[in-house]
Design a protein around this ligand. Structure first.
Ligand SMILES: Nc1ncnc2c1ncn2[C@@H]1O[C@H](COP(=O)(O)OS(=O)(=O)O)[C@@H](OP(=O)(O)O)[C@H]1O
Length: 310
């Protein structure tokens, strides 16, 4: 199904609805190919998110955790770790984007030496391939406060929007987001489906919250490593490997690296667009009291009975 009006929709001329979720034309083909062709292996790890919920950060953390034996955590002085000269999106391929370019080949990053293939996706649960759901591959989902996600998405899409239709105003974007019309949205359905799966199959789906990770990153890095089957040894804890990973992957560190200030992805997107501010509660600088009330009300309605709070 195609969006009804020929207007600016998240700086896109049209969005397409498939299985209840919205996509720009340039991603739609990749979504279909990914659902049809991606063959998950039992040892795979999929990092999953609705856009702007912490994908870049999670990619950096998971890559560093699972490859720590082959890529030791180096200091600013040594700069040997791949994160010093690669944006996290280059180290962890995004399924629906890569498949669009290389269909139907799903190649893990050549930087990874882990026996687990590491991929990321924004696909909603309903559109994952059969094997991703049925195999023993691990799914790590990260979600974020609804209001901060919306503000981050609005900035990002306006920044990306290279078409002649121009940017969306905050009010236009807000109205669409609340109706569920956003990239890989409705946001609430995306989050809720993975939340339910994480409750039903906790060994299969780990559900992370951006704000909780900001609050105590070391705790969540340990939790992530345990879930991925590569817990930290006592020796590693003693030599502060957890803290080193947290620091290496922090917003402050990654956003100040040359590669993330000046580099670009093969798609042409500038790496710096993935590092806007990384603040919790930035929505307070943008949303009116009425908008806040509306998003709070939607959160309550959509998540009622699920015990999920965002
Ligand atoms: N390392 C690290 N730590 C904490 N936060 C980080 C990090 N890297 C990126 N960010 C912030 O995450 C927001 C981008 O979200 P995503 O990475 O999910 O974007 S994308 O879906 O991959 O396009 C975006 O949030 P906003 O700054 O609020 O827009 C980024 O700044």
């Amino acid at each position: 199904m195609k969006s009804p009006k020929n207007a600016r929709i998240w700086a896109e001329p049209h969005l397409y609805n498939y299985q209840g979720f919205w996509y720009p034309a340039w991603q739609f083909q990749g979504v279909l190919e990914c659902q049809k062709y991606f063959q998950a292996q039992d040892t795979d790890i999929l990092l999953i998110s609705s856009p702007k919920c912490g994908t870049t950060w999670l990619k950096a953390l998971a890559f560093t955790i699972i490859n720590r034996n082959s890529h030791a955590i180096t200091s600013d002085h040594e700069q040997k770790h791949p994160l010093f000269y690669n944006n996290p999106h280059k180290l962890v391929p995004h399924l629906e984007l890569e498949s669009h370019i290389n269909n139907p080949i799903f190649e893990p990053s050549s930087f990874s030496s882990s026996p687990s293939r590491l991929f990321a996706t924004h696909l909603p649960y309903i559109s994952l391939s059969k094997s991703a759901k049925a195999s023993s591959c691990k799914l790590v989902y990260i979600c974020r406060d609804t209001k901060d996600t919306f503000i981050s998405l609005w900035h990002f899409m306006n920044e990306l929007g290279s078409n002649h239709l121009g940017p969306n105003s905050l009010e236009e974007a807000f109205e669409m987001f609340c109706r569920g019309v956003s990239i890989f949205g409705p946001f609430w359905d995306h989050v809720l489906d993975y939340w339910k799966e994480s409750k039903e199959r906790p060994n299969k789906v780990l559900f992370l919250k951006y704000e909780e990770m900001r609050e105590d990153p070391n705790f969540h890095v340990k939790r992530l490593a345990e879930f991925l089957g590569v817990p930290f040894s006592l020796e590693e804890e003693g030599s502060r490997v957890v803290e080193k990973i947290t620091n290496l992957c922090s917003f402050e560190h990654l956003s100040n690296l040359g590669v993330n200030k000046d580099g670009k992805l093969p798609s042409g997107v500038e790496n710096k667009t993935f590092f806007r501010g990384g603040e919790v509660g930035d929505w307070k600088n943008y949303l009116s009291p009425e908008m806040v009330e509306q998003l709070n009300r939607l959160n309550e309605e959509k998540f009622r009975g699920s015990r999920l709070e965002l």
